[in-house]
Design a protein. Structure first.
Ligand code: BEZ
Ligand code: FE
Length: 298
């Protein structure tokens, strides 16, 4: 290189051995600190992965095509990138990092794409199963703090799929609006209860590129049977979680890694006509007692 060119050169040329440093060095001095941290790490790891894998041009093109297909699958109702993050365990990792709680507090898990805000508010005991499908289930329990003291006025937002494995929003016009959703409030003793149907396992949406990837990896798309909850109370960290049935074959192979041991509940089968009658259920039915434990907001 001529002395003149060497003197006017601000940045190093690209070379295989120093590729990530060359790219990262281009960031301006006034780049936002957090963005600098995130991009430096991303570029370092991305270049490291490429150096490990050494893709051919054709393989790289296929990778780009996959991400393009993921983008094309996205609509107001379908977020294929989040689904990708879910099946790679990244959604659960981000959730775990952001929800480290004291021992005893109910653990968090993934929100999922089927939460709808502003569900109907119901009084305790209401049956949220509006399509009448599935095995009847009564859920009761308390919301308490980590010292075991009841929290009156806590809000329990619940949603689940129906007996065919679909959420109401996936079957508009087929299921009644707000089927298997509702918001309950704990009474002065911190107690809540409602009626519903026992949840079933169901596949995550697998008709897009993420479903194809799962197939290519020899993985199935099924989620372990669960009910979703968001539990909130003033002064406490909100909980976004699920409760899982103990008899589901997918507990240890949930497609999005959402299962935690502490969230597997004891669903009891009740074969008692009088209890069934008092709940306006057919017999037998299922009963679940579950307490949510909230940690104080830091
Ligand atoms: C769900 O549990 O509703 C869900 C979570 C992740 C991906 C798809 C569905
Ligand atoms: Fe779900």
């Amino acid at each position: 290189m001529s002395t003149q060119r060497a003197e006017s050169k601000k940045y190093a040329y690209f070379e295989e051995h120093s590729s990530a440093e060359v790219v990262n060095a281009r960031m301006g001095n006034d780049t936002n600190q957090r963005l600098r941290e995130v991009m430096t790490s991303l570029v370092n790891h991305l270049h490291q992965a490429i150096k490990e894998v050494e893709p051919t041009h054709e393989e790289w093109r296929q990778g780009i095509q996959f991400l393009t297909d993921v983008g094309h699958m996205c609509t107001d109702w379908r977020q294929e990138f989040i689904l990708l993050s879910d099946i790679l365990g990244v959604s659960m990792l981000v959730d775990s990092i952001n929800n480290r709680r004291p021992t005893g507090a109910t653990e968090n898990t993934i929100l999922g794409p089927f939460y709808v805000p502003d569900a109907p508010r119901y009084s305790n005991g209401t049956n949220i199963c509006l399509d009448g499908k599935g095995e009847p289930l009564v859920v009761s329990g308390r919301v308490v703090n980590t010292s075991g003291e009841p929290i009156p006025g806590a809000t329990i937002d619940v949603w689940q799929s129906n007996d065919d494995g679909f959420y109401d929003v996936q079957q508009k016009g087929v299921q009644p609006d707000w089927n298997l959703r509702g918001v309950f409030t704990t009474d002065e003793d911190g107690k809540y209860w409602y009626r519903s149907a026992k949840p079933h396992s169901y596949p995550i949406p697998d008709d897009g590129p993420v479903g194809k990837l799962l197939g290519a990896l020899g993985r199935h798309p099924n989620r372990a049977a669960h009910v979703h909850y968001i539990v909130t109370a003033p002064g406490y960290s909100p909980i976004v979680t699920h409760i899982f049935t103990p008899d589901c074959p997918y507990l240890d192979e949930d497609a999005v890694f959402g299962v935690k041991d502490s969230l597997i509940a004891n669903f009891q089968k009740v074969d008692d006509e009088r209890s069934a009658d008092s709940l306006e259920f057919s017999c037998p039915f299922w009963s679940l007692n579950w307490d949510f434990v909230l940690a104080s907001q830091r």
